[in-house]
Design a binder for this molecule. Sequence first.
Ligand code: UDX
Length: 434
Amino acid sequence: MEITIIGTGYVGLATGASLSEIGHHVTCVDREEEKIKLLQTGDLPIYEPGLKEMVDKNRESGFLIFSRDLVKCCSTAEVIYISVGTPQNQDGTADLTDIKDAAVEIAKTINRDMIVVIKSTVPVGTNERLKQLMQDNLQYPVSIDIVSNPEFLREGSALHDTFHGDRIVIGSTNQHAADVVVKINEPFKLPIVKTDFRNAEMIKYASNAFLATKISFINEIANICELTGANVEEVAKGMGMDKRIGAEFLQAGIGYGGSCFPKDTKALIQLSGNRNHDFELLKSVVKVNNNQQVLLVDKAKKRFGDLSGKRVAILGLAFKPNTDDIREAAAIVVINKLLEEGAEIIAYDPAAMNLAMQILPRGIRYANSVATVLKGADLGFILTEWKEFKQMDLSEVKRLMKEPIIFDGRNCFDLEEVKFYDIEYHSIGRPTIL
Ligand code: UDX
């Protein structure tokens, strides 16, 4: 099919590349000229494993093109996807400005019956309003149908999650429109959940909120493990073997970040609150996560008493490995807290440095390798579990640092291994190695 996708962020690009990979003719549109120019020359504005190869292949074969001309791309499309951002407002509600603008622009452009697929995460009830907004702005006597098709892509594994996800959710009030989107996705051979708008919107928010809840739960268990001499890794293993619990998302650490969990949990709390339901549980999930992000600094303050003047090596800035995304990353909170304590910061991340430099405070030094960041450091913080860090040679770590003292927010190392190299090692939910 001829598909136009509006918005070339993580979701739009991964969706566009994947749909072209399964044989659709896809045009990705973005209003940012620089982004489109970059994409047309084969460069990607984001770091996502495997995406460049898939984009290059389909761009060269003509199945995937990039354009700024929304009017032209909407006139040739059989189906239009909207995957623009719905960032968080100050009060926690979702900012729908971009998606409403895109909807109006599409409505004013189309001159034939159209199916519009909403990929962006939007509060329950939004798709109905978007449908009405588009119908109110139509310039020609055509019909417009909306399908809610929320994404469940994890940054760093977006393509894997597209081709090997657990389900495709399709929310619509029009059977034909739903069937067209089912057909588009048929080559993925994934289970399809067909439902209405509100259920599709709620499935997205409830899924993310539940995953965030699972993370905050295991982090609280980790905190209690530290007080009881238990080891959260062993506890999580024992828990996860119960199929009702499941082994995934039980990795204790310094909490969740990224462009979704923080935003979607707060949006759901707002959405419930606006309907006079105080979502206490989810509010606690957010509170636990905020506390977890500063936990390492508290541990370091307890260990050193005073951190002022201490040279701290920060290993990892991205909110998770295999991405350059630093949005809501724990590293931002940790670094700001350490600066407040007067520490001297030097940071390294294999992919997120450029984006980090744009938002982290001035006065931080950056290194271009593990060796450089660790050299002469009084203490080290591991904030992202990059493979490069997990495979560090601990004898080298010991040789390079002034003092081999590591605060590991992602439990990268086995306690026995750390003991062997005689490194002082503080981690999450496990005994401290002194
Ligand atoms: C998430 C959802 O997983 C995905 O389905 C949705 O579409 C978008 O939001 P993403 O935020 O990209 O994906 O990454 P994810 O792998 O879910 O990790 C989110 C955060 O949780 C990261 O900061 C990660 O470090 C943290 N996390 C994840 C944990 O702390 N422990 C875990 O066990 C898993």
